[in-house]
Design a binder for this molecule. Structure first.
Ligand SMILES: [Zn+2]
Length: 170
């Protein structure tokens, strides 16, 4: 479905037609995002609708994706589910941006085109933490416990397991 979409669209024309776009966008098409994730073969689900509100051109919808990031504490992959509501309004200048209704973020544009790919990518990048880390990282817990000496291996052996081993040898 996305293959038929142009890379750039004119937001004003799209708003007049009340166009909606939806589909799956592969991470491979988002150069900046693909550098930040471990699941480079993943894709993002998106819905974006253009509309007019008064004299404002708005883009609203949703972007969802599962990102595999590397925990900076234990270096194991961790999965982050991104589900963001998109609520943007086009602005050409800072003054125009300041006049937008509060529920909209400014989508600053210099000309009459917007890249749908970059729009989805920007929403995902905003959701990537600067230092990804497990909420309660196993490695951090282990480090905290390190001063305590580990008990000797023999003491931890389950007596029944020892019995089973003895039986096996007979
Ligand atoms: Zn971790």
């Amino acid at each position: 479905m996305f293959d038929h979409l142009p890379e750039f669209v004119d937001p004003t024309v799209m708003a007049e037609k009340q166009r909606r776009f939806s589909g799956a966008l592969p991470f491979a098409r988002m150069a900046r995002l693909v550098d930040a994730v471990a699941n480079r073969d993943g894709s993002a689900a998106f819905e974006l609708g253009f509309a007019k509100e008064g004299r404002h051109v708005t883009v609203t919808g949703r972007v969802r994706a599962e990102l595999a990031l590397i925990c900076q504490c234990c270096l194991a992959p961790m999965s982050v589910n991104v589900d963001v509501a998109v609520s943007l309004a086009v602005a050409r200048t800072v003054d125009e941006a300041n006049l937008l209704p509060e529920r909209y973020e400014a989508l600053m544009l210099e000309d009459d085109k917007v890249s749908l790919v970059e729009l989805v990518e920007d929403e995902l990048l905003l959701a990537v933490p600067s230092v990804p880390q497990h909420e309660s990282c196993v490695s951090a817990i282990q480090k905290a416990q390190e001063p305590e000496p580990a008990p000797p291996v023999e003491a931890r052996k389950n007596p029944f397991a020892v019995l089973a081993e003895l039986k096996k040898t007979h």
